[in-house]
Design a protein around this ligand. Structure first.
Ligand code: COA
Length: 322
């Protein structure tokens, strides 16, 4: 039996770090309000000339270097993003060209903040069915481009960045199970309700902005994150005590702590980066993964539960051995 195993991680954050105090100069807010409601202190914002594939490229190179692999050994590229560089070609194709890789499948996946869970699930299935042997799976976002920087209820929450994971075929289990869900009835609670085929003029005049009913999103996110984590544990016949690390989507510290409490996992086993990254949407999980690998918390053999939640709503989890 062929399994899919994570062999390395990488990430990239734009150098422009924006603090809560910086935001106080832009909208009617305060460091104290943002910190107490979200746990966020800083976020990184891409420069005008930096696009999603620029961030993805840097994260990809850092993951390739970490495993001492050359780009031409990659035979699948999946990028989870809501903020692709262009309508087409996909950011994955743009990255493929930059990395000098020719011929392998490359495509984007759009499931907003749960996008990385979807991308990882797809790559895992490609590898398990022998359609690929080594995949570059990336979450990359310039979410700042779809934020109204005059709207204090959303602009304080999000940031830009990219995280990359290399997954390859292995005789020993790495990713044990993946679990994906979506429920489109919640489409209006968190959205950018314009696009190529609807109200395109708003895209053209630069007012394609994120809209959110924060309280409702919060309530449903906590429920879904708890339920999908339990689904993953049950599928593997393990309880929460056997999880070494939980890496949740980094949207809000209060969502993370509420989910951890419901699941009965101590915060000392939960990887948290939302305080320094904000919500980087599809990039948040691989970014947090890379931070914890590089600072030595996550070690080979650790059992890890990752879970995401985003607009749609979409949500998912995976249980894996690193
Ligand atoms: N600074 C100061 N005040 C703000 C503010 C800001 N940045 N943003 C909103 N407010 C105000 C609102 O205008 C509102 O004022 P009003 O009561 O006078 O109308 C008030 O704060 C709302 O406060 P409260 O109800 O206590 O907020 P909250 O505890 O629900 O927190 C969120 C708001 C957005 C932080 C919270 O609902 C949340 O995190 N939701 C989930 C969002 C999320 O993670 N989305 C992505 C999921 S992938």
């Amino acid at each position: 039996m062929t399994y899919a195993r994570i062999v390395s991680t990488g990430s990239y954050l734009p150098s422009n770090r924006v603090s809560n105090h910086d935001l106080e100069k832009m909208v009617d807010t305060s460091h104290e309000w943002i910190l107490s409601r979200t746990g966020i202190e800083n976020r990184h914002i891409a420069e005008d000339h930096e696009s999603t594939s620029d961030l993805a490229e840097k994260a990809a190179i850092s993951a390739l270097e970490a495993a001492n692999l050359s780009p031409d050994s990659i035979d699948l590229i999946v990028i989870a993003t809501t903020t692709a560089d262009q309508v087409f070609p996909s950011s994955a194709c743009l990255l493929q060209d930059r990395l000098g890789i020719k011929g392998c499948p490359a495509f984007d996946v759009q499931a907003v903040c749960a996008g990385f869970m979807y991308a990882l699930d797809i790559a895992e299935k490609f590898i398990r069915t022998a359609s690929a042997t080594r995949a570059l799976v990336i979450g990359a976002e310039t979410f700042s481009r779809i934020i109204d920087w005059k709207d204090r209820s959303t602009c304080v929450l999000f940031g830009d960045g990219a995280g990359a994971i290399i997954v390859e075929a292995s005789d020993t289990p790495g990713i044990h199970t993946t679990h994906l869900h979506a429920d489109g009835q919640y489409k209006d609670l968190l959205s950018v309700p314009v696009g190529v085929s609807k109200n395109f003029n708003k895209v053209v005049n630069g007012s394609a902005f994120t809209q959110m009913q924060g309280g409702e999103v919060f309530r449903i996110a906590v429920k879904c994150m708890e339920k999908v984590a339990e689904e993953a544990l049950e599928a593997n016949g393990v309880d929460i005590d056997s999880v070494d690390w939980m890496i949740p989507h980094q949207a809000n510290m209060r969502i993370i702590t509420a989910t951890a409490k419901r699941l009965g996992i101590p915060m000392s086993k939960v990887i948290v980066t939302v305080n320094q990254h904000g919500n980087t949407s599809a990039a948040s999980i691989p970014l947090a993964f890379d931070v914890a690998v590089r600072d030595g918390r996550i070690k080979p053999g650790d059992r890890i539960l990752i879970e995401g939640f985003g607009g749609g709503f979409t949500w998912g989890a995976a249980f894996l051995t690193y």
